[in-house]
Design a protein around this ligand. Structure first.
Ligand code: ATP
Length: 319
């Protein structure tokens, strides 16, 4: 193992830069040559790569986004594009590849592994939708960003005695909605994993109003419904002054939390250790507080999980 490459793929997530830094610095420490691939698999297909030294990852640990840029590449999924990616890796004598991204990116890494490239995946996605592990890089930052925004909205909601519907990210998983909703004291949390009738949401608002609640916060995961549709329904049903805020991409940016930087640093270092040991076709992640590795296929097969106890608790505490 002499030359390894690193790329970021799929949606960006705060903490990806800390992971890139860890891969580069740990790799250099192990005597490897490190290549950065720009724009994910698109950069592999186009042979868009650059050598990385210790200085090239200086001053990025605290920055959101990814200095390598990221992309979704349809071309990589074609035979022609995939073969170009393999040829680019081979021409540059790259022995191993670290892929920082989500489950789609890991499917690409598995395919490369099946064609002889040692690959290690690192979960970098705000949605926390890799159930084999407890936390993905970027999730903690996204939750904190959402909570800060909801706290601000709560101030104005109280002053004007309004109901606020806040839509947060999560196409297929309600983890951000759950944690942000619990941390921000939301009265109702609408997620894809749990059935909650919008009528029940309205009934809770009315009950709260009867006992003197001045405002209501409802958190909606984008994968469970559109914030504006929920807002229209709630306004029609309760007659209360109702406003909608879609947090959108603010949740994807910003300074990564200390937690995300620590996870990213540990996982980046473990990815390099595995490649040095000649292992590939694996993904690293945090389980029971430890950085571990699993075969990619096993990680992808894991059944989606959801913290139902925390969900029930949020409803009890917001009564
Ligand atoms: P996020 O969770 O942020 O969406 P992701 O990694 O799941 O991240 P995708 O768009 O699903 O994002 O995948 C990123 C890229 O990985 C795709 O654009 C494609 O190039 C590659 N990829 C996805 N699925 C496969 C597959 N089955 N085989 C080969 N490559 C794939």
């Amino acid at each position: 193992m002499r030359r390894i490459a690193v790329l970021t793929s799929g949606g960006d997530a705060p903490g990806m830069n800390a992971a890139i830094r860890a891969v580069v610095r740990k790799g250099l420490n192990a005597g490897l040559c490190i290549i950065g691939v720009r724009r994910g698999y698109a950069g592999l297909v186009a042979d868009d790569m650059v050598g990385l030294d210790a200085g090239s990852v200086a001053d990025i640990i605290h920055r959101g986004g990814t200095v390598l840029r990221t992309a979704r590449s349809q071309e990589f999924m074609t035979d022609d594009g995939f073969n170009k990616a393999l040829a680019a890796l081979s021409a540059r004598n790259i022995d191993g590849l670290v892929v920082i991204g989500g489950d789609g990116s890991f499917r690409g890494a598995q395919k490369l592994y099946e064609h002889g490239v040692l690959t290690v995946g690192i979960p970098g996605t705000i949605d926390n939708d890799i159930p084999a592990f407890e936390e993905t890089i970027g999730f903690d930052t996204a939750v904190n960003t959402a909570v800060q925004a909801i706290d601000r909205i709560r101030d104005t909601a109280t002053s004007h005695e309004r109901t606020f519907i806040i839509e947060v990210m999560g196409r297929g998983a309600g983890h951000i909605a759950l944690e942000a909703g619990l941390a921000a004291g939301a009265e109702s949390i609408i997620v894809p994993e749990e059935r909650l009738e919008w009528q029940e949401v309205c009934d809770r608002i009315k009950r709260g109003h009867l006992r003197g609640k001045l405002h209501t916060i409802i958190v909606v995961c984008e994968g469970a419904g559109k914030g504006f549709e929920v807002g229209d329904f709630v306004a029609g049903c309760t007659g209360f002054d109702t406003r909608v805020t879609v947090l959108g991409h603010v949740q994807r940016g910003g300074t990564p939390t200390a937690r995300d930087r620590v996870i990213a640093s540990k996982l980046g270092a473990l990815a390099v250790d595995l490649l040095v040991a000649g292992q590939g076709g694996v993904v690293v992640g945090i389980k029971n507080g430890q950085a571990i590795s699993l075969p990619i296929n096993e990680a992808l097969r894991s059944v989606p999980s959801f913290d139902r106890d925390a969900y029930k608790l949020a409803a009890i505490l917001a009564q």
